[in-house]
Ligand binder design. Structure first.
Ligand code: DC
Length: 235
């Protein structure tokens, strides 16, 4: 049996990280961990606990309730997807709403939130065999991951993909609203003080503006196979 490794996939909002990460995890029989879903679930928790008022995050309130948020993932045999749970409730659909998307970057900027989720993510990856996607996986959460990808695509391409995804799910939204949200999140995610989105020095860059899913997958699997060649992994 081949040795298991951890694979980190970071990049901008809506550049197809999760689609690729899921396909990769399935191919390798690894565990897929969507860290964006964890920040989204915490944001939903903030909304439900009145820690967001008139669009503003009430930091003290958020800090005082944070210990009561339990986030888990469970495999759904019908949809064959891993769903996010918040305090025992399946929140997979709710966390994809525009309401959550609008506030998630600000909630994800709070140090206490990051500390809590980074700890949890590191525990989940302890046994290796994990494909984890997010913004700070290769730099902060799993700096020792054996393989790191940094994905990106042009802003308009990403917004169009996200728009199509929301429309397909029956969520009413305008393209302008989605474009504006993706642009704002890019800005906040890249400029925040704690663990901003950065490309790890040892990450392989994948700009998929003009690549099909198959092309991306073939490239990524090639990189995985290279990493797993005998003698390549030193630890
Ligand atoms: O991957 P996503 O778009 O579902 O992520 C939602 C937000 O969560 C994103 O705007 C930034 C934040 N996030 C983060 O700060 N760190 C991560 N590792 C993953 C997501």
């Amino acid at each position: 049996m081949r040795k298991k490794i951890n694979i980190a996939i970071d990049g901008h909002s809506s550049c197809g990280k999760s689609t690729l990460a899921k396909a990769l995890a399935k191919e390798l029989n690894y565990l897929y961990i969507d860290t964006g879903a964890m920040y989204r679930a915490i944001t939903l928790f903030a909304l439900k606990n009145n820690a967001i008022k008139d669009g503003e995050l009430l930091e003290d309130k958020m800090k005082s309730v944070l210990d009561n948020a339990y986030i888990t993932f469970k495999y759904d045999t019908d949809s064959k997807q891993v769903d996010a749970y918040l305090n025992g409730d399946n929140v997979e659909k709710e966390i994809r709403s525009m309401q959550v998307s609008k506030h998630v970057s600000v909630v994800a900027s709070l140090l206490d939130v990051r500390k809590k989720l980074v700890r949890l993510q590191q525990r989940m990856a302890e046994s290796k065999g994990v494909v984890m996607d997010g913004r700070d996986i290769g730099t902060v959460v799993l700096p020792d991951a054996e393989l790191k990808f940094f994905m990106t695509a042009e802003l308009e391409v990403r917004a169009k993909r996200r728009y199509n995804e929301l429309i397909d799910r029956g969520i009413e939204v305008s393209f302008e609203e989605v474009l504006d949200n993706v642009k704002t999140r890019d800005h906040i995610d890249s400029t925040r003080e704690h663990d901003p989105l950065r490309q790890a020095e040892d990450a392989v860059v994948v700009d998929n503006s003009n690549l099909t899913l198959d092309e991306q997958f073939t490239f990524i699997i090639g990189q995985v196979n290279k990493t797993l060649e005998p003698g390549t992994i030193t630890s």
